[in-house]
Write a protein that binds this ligand. Structure first.
Ligand code: GLU
Length: 577
């Protein structure tokens, strides 16, 4: 596997006829095995869009963008063109992994005190529901780079399924209605948002068919004019106006200057697997790798489940202490990534774990002696835990040629800032609240900076061949969901569907481990409590993972959630059963 330079853009001419969403009726199922291409998303129309594009001869990148655009219609509170994301791509022919960082950036007006007043932090929720939380959206630029460099289709082709869903409408499900209900007050503040998602001030109910003609129009304009339509001209002006009318300060230059970044993935190894994850400004790849490096020193398979899970929680705690202290946008902060990824450093961290007793909050370690370059002077103070959201979406696609996309994208909180861009039907992100509101910390706001993320799209290989992909939404719990699913699959020997469906435990170096409803009181919980592990009092569903498993017989198993988030949708082109 290499991660070398990029090859030039390639264009394969395929039918330019708009792809109609005329698909055979398929039952919504969270697990599917087959050949010719596979997809797992949280939305059935999105998975169908990916299969439609694969059937038209598109590759995994084309299909991933088609699914993402459709998720922007059916799951608009998690993701969309008003946000940003991180895409990990495996190019089978060239045997290499690349990543596209299209994280939102802070407008040029930002300073380290932008979220302070008289030296005090502004109220978090008030900042969220305002133009101040909105970063320059990266999604469209990211899709453009993905399609132009690694895809085979145009915007026009891959947006067709999403345009069809937005125009014809889709049925609002319980999950969608619940999310609107939870955001009634935020949405009511913004007339374009209220017009789309509220009826007389109340959430649109489950069961109705929702059309989003404005979003269809926005997608049509992108289909016709390409990436520049979003970053210059009328749509860009509408974005800036919506931000600035609500207390933000974003210029047209902020939009026209936006760039996605092609970054080398974080590479780590774990028990014979090669893992490729997202580098900074996402902390996901580094934190997952550090925790796995700590766990690798134990013979987990020989331990009772509770003992192994205790070690998983402790390793996660230590990795989070470091993540919170050191990681931020690499263009602004000289983060000690090599030290944090070093197996020797992990061994030092492992010494802090008592296999019989849970620890309390852990301080950050000192990775600097494990850096190749020990001259790096920056030793930031550990900072407190951020109030982070738990939203976003993750999707994964493979194609008949073995290309793979693992893609997490977001508008941050449920419903982002709550601001729908008038006339264009999409919500603007609140990604700037992923910065620490006050310093000293590496992740303070600065002009042009990208806030630290937790998104962890991951692709794993064994003996040079794809083994599995995994990713999830969920704010900082993304890291623990990806980590725990790998641990469940590799160490506890669960099948991938079982690994995904198992109760999630999220230890992020807080006062207590976050768990899901029904976990406390279970036999699994009681076994862990013997080592002093304890749980937060506010159980909530954690994450919504999607995975692919590349089976030895050449089939691929797509795996989505069997229970969470209204059940996910896994589809394959040719079913093996
Ligand atoms: N903003 C979060 C991040 O970048 C993701 C949002 C979420 O999943 O809640 O890590």
């Amino acid at each position: 596997m290499t991660t070398s330079t990029l090859r030039p853009a390639r264009t394969i001419l395929v039918s330019s006829i708009l792809i109609a969403l005329v698909l055979p009726a398929m039952a919504k199922t969270p697990v599917a095995t087959g050949t010719g291409g596979a997809v797992a998303t949280i939305s059935e129309p999105a998975s169908q869009a990916a299969i439609a594009i694969l059937n038209k001869g598109g590759n995994a990148v084309d299909a991933a963008v088609a699914a993402a655009a459709t998720l922007g219609v059916t799951d608009p509170f998690s993701c969309g063109i008003g946000g940003g994301g991180f895409m990990v791509i495996y190019l089978a022919k060239e045997k290499r992994v690349i990543t596209i960082d299209h994280r939102e950036t802070a407008p040029a007006s930002f300073t380290p005190t932008v979220f302070l007043k008289d030296g005090k932090e502004l109220d978090f929720e008030q900042v969220v529901a305002s133009g101040r939380s909105v970063g320059v959206p990266g999604t469209v630029r990211g899709w453009h780079e993905a399609l132009d460099r690694y895809g085979s289709m145009s915007f026009k082709q891959v947006l067709a399924p999403a345009i069809s869903v937005a125009t014809q409408g889709f049925k609002v499900n319980e999950n969608f209605a619940r999310l609107v209900q939870g955001n009634e007050a935020k949405f009511a503040k913004f007339p374009a948002t209220a017009a789309l998602y509220l009826r007389n001030g109340k959430a649109i109910p489950a069961g109705v068919t929702l059309r989003n003609q404005d979003l269809a129009k926005a997608y049509r304009e992108l289909a016709a004019g390409g990436v520049k339509v979003f970053y210059t001209g009328k749509m860009a002006r509408a974005v800036a106006d919506a931000v600035n009318a609500n207390g933000g300060n974003m210029s047209l230059a902020d939009l026209s200057n936006y760039e996605a970044r092609l970054r080398q993935p974080v590479h780590s190894t774990y028990r014979g697997y090669d893992l490729y994850g997202m580098p900074l400004p996402s902390s996901g790849g580094v934190a997952v790798a550090e925790a796995l490096n700590i766990l690798e020193g134990y013979d987990l398979k020989s331990l009772p489940r509770a003992k192994a899970e205790h070690l998983y929680l402790e390793a996660s705690r230590l990795a989070f202490a470091d993540r919170n202290a050191y990681l931020a946008d690499p263009e602004y902060v000289d983060a000690p990534v090599a030290g944090l990824l070093s197996k020797d450093y992990a061994a030092r961290r492992r010494e802090l774990i008592n296999p019989e007793q849970a620890s309390v909050q852990a301080p950050a370690g000192d990775p600097y002696p494990f850096q190749n370059d020990v001259s790096v002077p920056l030793r930031p103070n550990a900072n407190k835990l951020l109030a982070e959201g738990a939203h976003t979406t993750h999707l994964t696609v493979s194609d008949k040629d073995g290309n793979i996309v693992s893609y997490t994208y977001t508008i941050e909180s449920w419903g982002g800032s709550g601001i729908v861009v008038p006339g264009y039907g999409f919500l603007l992100n609140n990604e700037m609240t992923d910065f620490d509101f006050s310093g000293p910390a590496p992740n303070v706001p600065e002009a042009g900076k990208r806030p630290r993320s937790s998104m962890s799209p991951t692709i794993a290989f064994k003996d040079g061949k794809p083994a599995f992909s995994i990713g999830s939404p969920g704010g900082a719990t993304i890291i623990t969901t990806v980590l725990q699913t790998i641990f469940n699959y590799v160490d506890l020997g669960m099948s991938m569907p079982d690994a995904v469906n198992a109760p999630r435990l999220s230890e992020r170096n807080g006062m207590a481990t976050d768990v899901e409803p029904g976990f406390a009181g279970s036999a699994q919980a009681q076994a862990l409590e013997k080592t002093g592990q304890h749980w937060s009092n506010t159980p909530e569903e954690i994450g919504a993972a999607n995975a692919l498993v590349f089976n030895p017989d050449g089939t691929v198993t797509a795996v989505s959630e069997g229970r969470r988030h209204g059940v996910g949708s896994a589809l394959v082109r040719k079913s093996a059963h």
